[in-house]
Design a protein around this ligand. Structure first.
Ligand code: NAP
Length: 263
């Protein structure tokens, strides 16, 4: 177990949903939390709430698709709080579309947020962590990273790409003092579908199959895994069942996944 007290933790997508809850979970463990997202008003609201509870925190506007924003935000965090101990790449968007109808421009945009966003930021913080021989990279993927689901193929592909990228990173930094944690949540109650992209936006995929977790539950489990130096965490009964079914019978999983999609 490594205590998070006094550590500097950067959380992307901290303006709402799982990221907001993550900021609270790390702050309650005594970490200094840097909140990153695009919506400055929301970010200030979250920061004031946490500060009111006694947390040391700050908000930094950052669109993770912008190299300049990422560099400025990380510089800002270092100037205010010093070296970064934990990077939690949580910011993400969904894309709802059957594969054959996937709009390529929207897939590019979603890939930019879900894959290149975490990569941009880790390139900025990893050298410092390796020099210091301590640090942690946390990425939030999805149950869809392990198994493409109907209507979510484009989104799943971006999360699967992040999953494999992070596996490679974990092997590259093995024995060099930097931990790499991937968290693959199942369905969690947030407003993520409100900002979803693609022709299926407005649909509610997988409503029938998966029980829903709260963002706070997910955040507590992530922060605990972060303290323990866990490598990978799959959260939610639905997510674990899908991963198991895929190992036992991929063909059956195809049929179950097709039926799970709400019409
Ligand atoms: P959410 O409520 O929609 O929150 C998404 C967050 O990402 C917001 O804070 C948003 O902030 C930020 N964001 C989006 N685009 C951004 C950009 N270009 N630059 C910087 N920040 C950006 O979604 P959520 O459900 O909490 O999802 C969080 C993560 O969990 C995502 O990676 C998602 O794929 C993953 N996940 C969610 C579920 C689920 O069921 N909810 C399941 C599995 C995995 P701004 O709009 O202020 O920038």
């Amino acid at each position: 177990m490594t205590s998070l007290a006094g550590k500097v933790v950067v959380v992307t997508g901290a303006s709402r949903g799982i990221g907001r809850a993550l900021a609270g979970a790390y702050a309650r463990r005594g970490a200094t939390v840097a909140l990153l997202a695009r919506d400055e008003v929301q970010l200030h609201g979250v920061a004031s709430e946490l500060a009111g509870e006694g947390a040391r925190c700050g908000s930094f506007r950052c669109d993770v698709t912008s190299d300049a924003d990422c560099a400025a935000a990380i510089d800002g965090v270092r100037a205010r709080f010093g070296g970064i101990d934990v990077l939690v790449s949580n910011a993400g968007v969904t894309l709802l579309s059957p594969v054959a109808a996937l709009p390529l421009d929207e897939l590019r945009d979603v890939l930019d947020v879900n894959l290149l966003g975490p990569l941009r930021l880790l390139k900025l913080v990893l050298p410092e962590m390796l020099d210091r021989r301590s640090g942690q990279i946390v990425v939030i993927t999805s149950v869809a990273a392990a198994r493409g689901l109907p209507g979510l193929g484009g989104y799943a592909a971006t999360k699967a790409a992040l999953h494999t990228l992070i596996d490679a990173l974990r092997a590259e930094v093995d024995g060099r003092g930097v931990d790499v944690l991937e968290v693959a949540p199942g369905k969690t109650t947030t407003d993520i579908l409100a900002s979803s992209r693609g022709p299926g936006a407005g649909h509610r995929p997988l409503d029938r199959l998966q029980p829903t977790m709260t963002a706070e539950f997910v955040a507590e489990r992530v922060a605990r895994a972060s303290e323990r130096g866990t490598r990978r965490l799959t959260l939610g009964l639905g997510a674990r069942l899908i991963a198991l079914a895929e190992r036992v019978s991929p063909a059956l999983t195809d049929r179950l996944a097709a039926r799970a999609m709400s019409r």
